[in-house]
Design a protein. Sequence first.
Length: 268
Amino acid sequence: MDKSRARLTREGIRLYNPSDFEGMHKSGRLAAEILDRIAPLVVPGVLTADLDKAIEDMVNEAGAKSATIGYKGYKHASCISINHVVCHGIPSDKRLKDGDILNIDVTVIVDGWYGDTSRMYVAGKLSRKAERLIQVTHDALMKGIEAVKPGNTFGDVGHAIQTYVEAQRMTIVRDFCGHGLGLVFHAPPNVLHYGRAGTGSTFEEGMFFTIEPMVNLGRPETKVLADDWTAVTRDKSLSAQFEHSIGVTPDGCEIFTLSPTGKFHPTY
């Protein structure tokens, strides 16, 4: 395909061609495979830096590139966000403790296409409240994805996620959102995980973007730490996140980042 000839909507959202789905499936599958392979290493006592090194090695072994290494000065192949860290947690010499929950977020580049996904993991024994938070967050993502089809709007996705989460007496983080991607890491649109049904841009075939709700057990407010990356809940409540990259099809959508071995949910 002539990649420069992809069309733009009035809102500046790129509409990719049907042939482009193959490239996104390749990059998305690799990102999902890496997250599958890292699962057995998530145990109490492991350093998050060692998890990141394993991820970087897997990216290199596949002949791909990490989208995050060098991105705005970031030095790691993943973001690893533990317990009350909402997103963008930096791998370090911190050891996981029994009962920790964590989100691992990976983006790879394969033949120019970006595959972006994240999911939750558990080190050791899972507490009941953390288990429920993880389940609600996973189900919120899937309810958002179900709303994606031509003719619906991005507001329909946000509304589906928000109403479900708040019915479970949890809260949606509003400070971060999903994003367009494809031949670039971040592009229009911003995909909000809250909103009113029927509002926002209308889905059209060929849109590629992420949906990645962050759900807190406590209040929704966050703050970014002095490292300018790590976002945490202001009230130190637990937070969880799941992320898929998807593309809009004539009658719905395709998920590019499905787990090849069914490990996307940590307890399934």
